[in-house]
Write a protein that binds this ligand. Structure first.
Ligand code: PRP
Ligand code: MN
Ligand code: MG
Length: 186
């Protein structure tokens, strides 16, 4: 029987810990954007769970849109090239945009997106990133709302995948290296 938990070496953040952090950030955002009705933009697919939990934790009006970007393909490290798999349906001109992202690894995805949204005329662009992995940063990204800083281990769950699996885990966990060892030869 294929049980997800067999592929996990350690639970890093429980569902309760994730929810508590998201609520804390949402309370601050509800104050900061009180009169601004932010446009929340989630980067699919990884940010889908964070967006759902975060938007529900807000107490102010907010709009939601999605952009599907990919830099990882099926490996465990960034390819460095951003592919737009699908674009927003909202015109961001003059809008106060808050990007909702699951993780900042190299920073390449968000560095690209912040520049893109500014070029499209957004009035402001800020970031909420649930996870940040400082050990992997290649580009500096200004994160106004930070969730958890995590060690340099490949994590999955709460939206984060390895080769499209594990997104449906409700916690954030370290993937057992046995799952992806031999990835280079494959
Ligand atoms: C992952 C993750 C972030 C990005 C972070 O997305 O969800 O969006 O990589 O990495 P970076 O800081 O090095 O750019 P991925 O490209 O795997 O697509 P996905 O969200 O569909 O899984
Ligand atoms: Mn992503
Ligand atoms: Mg991914």
């Amino acid at each position: 029987i294929a049980d997800i938990s067999q592929d996990i070496s350690e639970v890093l953040l429980t569902h309760e810990q994730i929810q508590a952090k998201i609520q804390e950030v949402a309370d601050q955002v509800s104050i900061d954007y009180k009169d601004k009705e932010p446009l929340l933009i989630a980067v699919l697919k990884g940010a889908v769970n964070t967006m759902a939990a975060f938007s529900q934790a807000l107490s102010i009006h907010a709009n939601i849109d999605f952009m599907s970007l990919s830099s990882y393909g099926s490996g465990t490290s960034s390819s460095g090239t951003i592919t737009v798999r699908s674009d927003l349906t909202t015109d961001v001109r003059g809008r106060h945009v808050l990007i909702v992202e699951d993780i900042i690894d190299s920073g390449i995805t968000l560095d690209w997106l912040v520049k893109e949204l500014r070029a499209r005329g957004a009035a402001s662009v800020e970031i909420f990133a649930l996870l940040e992995k400082p050990a992997r940063h290649e580009v500096k990204v200004d994160v106004k709302y930070q969730g958890f800083v995590i060690p340099d281990k490949f994590v999955v769950g709460f939206g984060l995948d390895y080769d499209e699996r594990y997104r449906n885990l409700d916690s954030i966990a370290v993937l057992d290296p046995k799952v992806y060892q031999g990835e280079q030869e494959a």
